[in-house]
Write a protein that binds this ligand. Structure first.
Ligand code: ADP
Length: 591
């Protein structure tokens, strides 16, 4: 079933944009596992050493026109008069070596900051991903089944990558702001007037580009939609390849993908266009600003040449960083919709988390399961959708079969009995104790479910078997395979238990996959076996053999089979007929 994914929230206003980024920065801070202060300190120290080395350039440059070997350091000249330090002379070589040492320290600190930031960032994106995955895993099956798988894949991969881009952007923004502050302080110390003018110009530029960022944010929402559609298309394209091939429709599927990609292409170009306006405008503004600055400095102030050169140098370094701030802001507002989508999904799944166990532990089934007035409706509005109420019991040692036309409610009943869906009406009683919502997990420990479509992961046979019981040793695996009549063919495989089964088990035949699934069910040693059309795809001979095996399971458990196969019906003690969600007949086959 598909469900439309997160609505794109409306783009934010100017203050909203900054508030949203600040909110995101706080989230990063909490996800950074206490590394935030270290990242900040390293960056600040790097900025400080760089700032001091720049300030020291003033006396060096001044010395070029005076006593070249003994540089006069006048604290007042570099805005440090307030420290009370008097003038002093320093050997030029010593001063230059000092500057090299400071630059080396800056480089070392920046490198440490880079490594720590990379590590922190990947930790943050891992945590966001795991948080979402855990909220999906903890949700009720009914809620997970409602969501389109491709949408969830998209959230867990592409969207997390965008969040990582937003996080990288935010950390870069913080780093850039720190460096900018240092430069600004250095230039303030040299010439407060000129700095204030430059600051004002920068603020005007950032403000003027706000509408562009606003449009970029809107485009970011559209990108979320595009990407989501594409994940869906790619998923349908790949999973439906066999049908597409069989119907010679594969080129049409490629056509649909191509159409969606072309639609996105236009938006990408628009997005790049928007992104390029900032650097374009600020490049021109910078050239203009620098000319005005030189003109202003020469005509308005009487700055010495050395200070003027250093100030120019500082502003030349400030302007690309201002451009960077603009670019980062645009990138962040573009990528934040992904974070909204992830948060919304994670909260949505947490809201439908499976209830935690409450009350005493569920004992193992000893006698019988009783389904009392059990019902489940997918859509309360629809006249008929789902199951019930149905009433029946299933004793340990019994094989109960269910038949009925398609849409009768058999799969719904299987889901309820397997503890995957919680009944909306009625109860399931285990030896007289009504299953509570919090018991679902404990109940599933006692259930082995086998469906027609066997899921095997692209892994070894051993790993696939251990899904049922991780601690099972090799002897237990072979024992289960023997009972499922699968040991012979597994032994004949090139690497036995360690043979890879191919994606979703494609290296095995249908019958072999069923046997592996059966061995997996046996390994679980459950109180109840549920077979949901599990043998429908098998040939007559295989059905007979599996039916004989299932017959043997009654000695240790209750057995519930949804089937239309004569071989399975023959071993049933009772056969329930379901029609339109209700039990229309209960028959006892003649033995
Ligand atoms: P069966 O397994 O016997 O074919 P199901 O249990 O799958 O029947 O379906 C019972 C009824 O519930 C049908 O009317 C079907 O259309 C409806 N149904 C099944 N799954 C869903 C779903 N996910 N959402 C809405 N209706 C559903």
């Amino acid at each position: 079933m598909s469900q439309t994914l997160p609505r794109a929230t409306a783009p934010l206003g100017r203050r909203g944009q900054f508030r949203r980024i600040a909110q995101f920065a706080r989230l990063l801070w909490t996800h950074a596992e206490g590394r935030g202060p270290r990242v900040l300190t390293l960056n600040t120290l790097g900025g400080l050493t760089e700032g001091i080395s720049i300030l020291l350039l003033v006396p060096v440059l001044a010395a070029l026109s005076g006593d070249r070997s003994n540089v006069l350091i006048d604290p007042a000249q570099i805005g440090l008069g307030w420290t009370g330090l008097g003038e002093f002379r320093l050997n030029l070589l010593v001063l230059l070596l000092g500057i090299v040492a400071l630059v080396t320290a800056t480089a070392l600190l920046n490198r440490r900051a880079l490594l720590l930031t990379a590590d922190t960032l990947s930790g943050i994106s891992n945590r966001i991903r795991i948080d979402l995955a855990a909220s999906i895993a903890g949700a009720e099956w009914a809620a997970i089944a409602k969501r389109r798988q491709a949408d969830l894949t998209h959230l867990l991969t592409g969207e997390i990558d965008r969040v990582q881009a937003a996080a990288t952007g935010t950390i870069n923004l913080v780093q850039t702001v720190i460096v900018l502050t240092v430069y600004m302080t250095a230039s303030l110390l040299i010439s407060p007037v000129m700095t204030l003018i430059a600051l004002l110009a920068g603020a005007v530029m950032l403000g003027a580009l706000y509408p562009i960022r606003q449009r970029a944010a809107r485009m970011g929402h559209r990108m979320t939609g595009h990407r989501q559609r594409q994940y869906g298309l790619v998923d349908t394209f790949l999973s439906g390849m066999q049908v597409n091939k069989a119907m010679n429709a594969e080129t049409r599927a490629v056509g649909a993908l191509s159409q969606s990609l072309e639609a996105m292409r236009g938006d990408i170009v628009r997005l790049v266009g928007l992104g390029s306006i900032g650097p374009f405008a600020s490049q021109i503004a910078t050239a203009l600003g620098l000319c005005l600055f030189v003109y202003g400095a020469v005509s308005l102030t009487d700055l010495p040449l050395a200070s003027l050169i250093v100030l120019l140098f500082v502003f030349m370094r400030i302007s690309p960083r201002l451009m960077l701030v603009e670019r980062l802001l645009t990138e962040i507002v573009q990528s934040l919709p992904a974070q909204d989508a992830i948060t919304e999904a994670a909260q949505g799944f947490r809201a439908v988390a499976e209830p935690a166990p409450s009350g005493p532990e569920l004992p193992l089934l000893r006698q019988q399961i009783r389904c009392r007035d059990l019902s489940y409706q997918y859509d309360p509005e629809a006249e008929r959708s789902g199951l019930g109420p149905v009433d029946f019991d299933l004793a340990k040692g019994e094989v109960l079969a269910v038949v009925g036309p398609s849409g009768a409610g058999k799969s719904t009943l299987v889901d309820l009995l397997a503890g995957l869906r919680l009944p909306q009406g009625g109860e399931i009683e285990i030896d007289g104790r009504a299953l509570q919502p919090g018991d679902a997990r404990a109940w599933r420990e006692q259930v082995a479910l086998m469906q027609q479509d066997v899921f095997l992961s692209h892994d070894s046979i051993a790993t696939n078997l251990r899904l049922a019981r991780p601690e099972a040793d090799e002897a237990a695996l072979w024992q289960a395979l023997e009972r499922a009549e699968a040991a012979e063919f597994v032994r004949a495989l090139p690497e036995g238990l360690e043979t890879l089964v191919g994606d979703r088990g494609t290296q095995l035949s249908g019958g072999e996959r069923q046997r592996i699934a059966l061995a997996r069910a046996l390994l679980r040693q459950p109180s109840v076996y549920i077979f949901d059309e599990a043998t429908s795809a098998l040939d007559h001979d295989n059905q007979q053999r599996i039916a004989a095996m299932v017959d043997g399971l009654r000695s240790e458990a209750a057995v519930f089979v949804v089937t239309h196969q004569p071989a399975m019906l023959e071993i049933a003690d009772r056969v329930i007929t379901l029609e339109a969600g209700k039990i229309s007949k209960i028959a006892v086959p003649e033995s």
